[in-house]
Design a protein around this ligand. Structure first.
Ligand SMILES: Cc1cc2nc3c(=O)[nH]c(=O)nc-3n(C[C@H](O)[C@H](O)[C@H](O)COP(=O)(O)OP(=O)(O)OC[C@H]3O[C@@H](n4cnc5c(N)ncnc54)[C@H](O)[C@@H]3O)c2cc1C
Length: 462
């Protein structure tokens, strides 16, 4: 029997959507090109070390934690200490990242002028320009170059692997744009938007699982059972307006065999460049808009050491490295400090991130070259002696979509097309934010919309 909905792509976005449809009792089939689900999320165990091949953690927002509970994964959940420090490198030294206006004034990360500009921003009322601004333009205008270089640019690398000169403030950090528009100040906006006391205050904790991030995606896929078809690469999606017949034909290849399934609704949860190819026969303008979304490549380097090889006391999340410090590594996550219960006795795991929009050549290099760069830089930064017990590289040539200038228009166009082509939906990290939480939220919302559409269509035909 044909499913009512086909979800294409089994990363966290597609899984969240298919899982929600399954919960709602809607017959669904998920088609994933790879032999495993999870997409960018992957966990590998090697020689007693647990390595994450992509994301290292996720924010424990209310909706993410609800999902963890629904999946029965609470006992495997691990949460990082929200008070643990984060570091930024300046003049070759690790400096603690200030997390409050008072801490900014005391911090040695920034010069006195920059500290004062940041801490006193709430006293100055500004208006955003009418034309769309890049993140770099916004930060220079409001706070000056030092804050761009040592606070914002490293953060932007950490979230988007992006170039602040190209990223759109409005698309990449919508609250900042809105706070300036509404309150004339981002600090004032942030303070006004804080939840009332007692209503789940503070930043959500960073979370993972004792068995790694892949627990989330594996468990969702297991719930779907045979409805999740692996090694199934979709080639085309075509529409059909004939009365009484299913609206979409989805053509795919699995185990070398071409197959077609029909469905009343389709959710495309692949990266934008694949979505562009899949919708080319349904809407040429939509395909063009999707193909215009740029991606940045990244490599993830994981290394496991004996704890006594590390000369620096690693207590905290890790370190972000501004470009001006002349390292190639963008940041190093201290996995064993983030989730201490996960590291074996006397052992330490580190993960270096390298590449991004400001260093596109790195993913072209051979694994050994990437490994050599990151391990040598990590050794200098963290006073590491000797070689790791084990190390691995994972390259993601198109890791993350870039929310560059104009991205907001592209997303608006995708939404309009969604409204104009009944039963066609999009989920993925290029729509509402790249974080796992945003991908889950979007996937679930799309599932609800698809169910509502199917109900309406059924009511009309009755
Ligand atoms: C190095 C790195 C570190 C990150 N760190 C964090 C972090 O710490 N915290 C956080 O919240 N987020 C992090 N992110 C972001 C987050 O991991 C991603 O945005 C998210 O996992 C994307 O999920 P997705 O399902 O939208 O896309 P993907 O994971 O890319 O999934 C798309 C799926 O579609 C499948 N597919 C493609 N083409 C076809 C086809 N033709 N037919 C069928 N299937 C197809 C692919 O095989 C893939 O499985 C990180 C990302 C990277 C790259």
């Amino acid at each position: 029997m044909n499913p009512q909905v086909v979800v294409i792509g089994g990363g966290i976005s597609g899984l969240a959507c298919a899982y929600r449809l399954w919960q709602l009792g809607v017959p669904v089939t998920l088609l994933e090109a790879d032999e495993r689900t999870g997409g960018l999320i992957g966990t590998v165990e090697q020689d007693g070390f647990l390595f994450e091949t992509g994301p290292q953690s996720f924010q424990g927002t209310d909706s993410a934690l609800d999902l963890v509970r629904e999946l029965g994964l609470e006992s495997d959940l691990c949460q990082a200490d929200t008070r643990a420090p984060r570091y930024v490198m300046r003049h070759g030294h690790l400096q603690e990242l200030p997390m409050s206006p008072q801490a900014v004034l005391r911090s040695s990360l920034l010069g006195m002028g920059a500290r004062w500009k940041l801490a006193s921003e709430a006293l100055r009322r500004t208006r955003p320009p009418t034309e769309e601004e890049s993140v770099a333009q916004f930060v220079r205008r409001k706070f000056g170059h030092e804050i761009l270089e040592y606070l914002v640019a490293p953060f932007v690398s950490g979230v988007y692997a992006g170039d602040p000169e190209k990223l759109s403030l409005r698309a990449a950090f919508p609250p900042l744009d809105e706070w300036e528009r509404t309150y004339g100040s981002v600090l004032r906006g942030a303070m006004k938007s804080r939840p009332p006391k007692g209503a789940g205050q503070g930043r959500p904790p960073l979370c993972s699982f004792h068995h790694g991030m892949a627990m989330l995606t594996r468990t969702m896929a297991a719930k779907l059972g045979e409805s999740a078809r692996l090694g199934a690469r979709v080639d085309t999606v075509s529409g059909n307006d004939r009365a009484g017949s299913a609206r979409y034909q989805i053509n795919f290849i699995q185990n070398g065999h071409a197959e077609t399934i029909e469905a009343n609704a389709v959710v495309i949860a692949t990266p934008a460049y694949t979505a562009s190819h899949l919708v080319s026969t349904l809407s040429a303008p939509l395909a063009r808009a999707l193909s215009g979304i740029a991606y940045a490549g990244m490599a993830v380097v994981c290394a496991g050491y004996h704890a006594n090889q590390i000369g620096t006391v690693m207590h905290g999340f890790g370190v972000l490295i501004p470009r001006s410090e002349k390292y190639r590594t963008l940041g190093i996550v201290w996995n064993s400090s983030l989730f201490p219960e996960r590291s074996g006795d006397g052992r330490t795991t580190l993960t270096g991130m390298i590449g991004g929009a400001t260093d596109p050549e790195i993913v072209e290099k051979r694994d050994e070259e990437i490994l050599a760069v990151v391990l040598e830089e990590a050794s200098r930064i963290l006073a590491i002696t000797g070689q790791p017990i084990v190390s691995r590289v994972w390259k993601h040539p198109k890791a993350l979509p870039q929310y560059n200038l104009g991205h907001g228009h592209t997303v608006e166009m995708i939404r309009e097309s969604e409204r104009g082509i009944p039963g066609l939906y999009f989920a993925g990290n290029y729509l509402e934010g790249p974080s796992i939480g945003k991908c889950v939220d979007r996937g679930s919302q799309v599932a609800e919309s698809a169910r509502a559409y199917l109900r309406d269509a059924m009511a009309k035909s009755a």
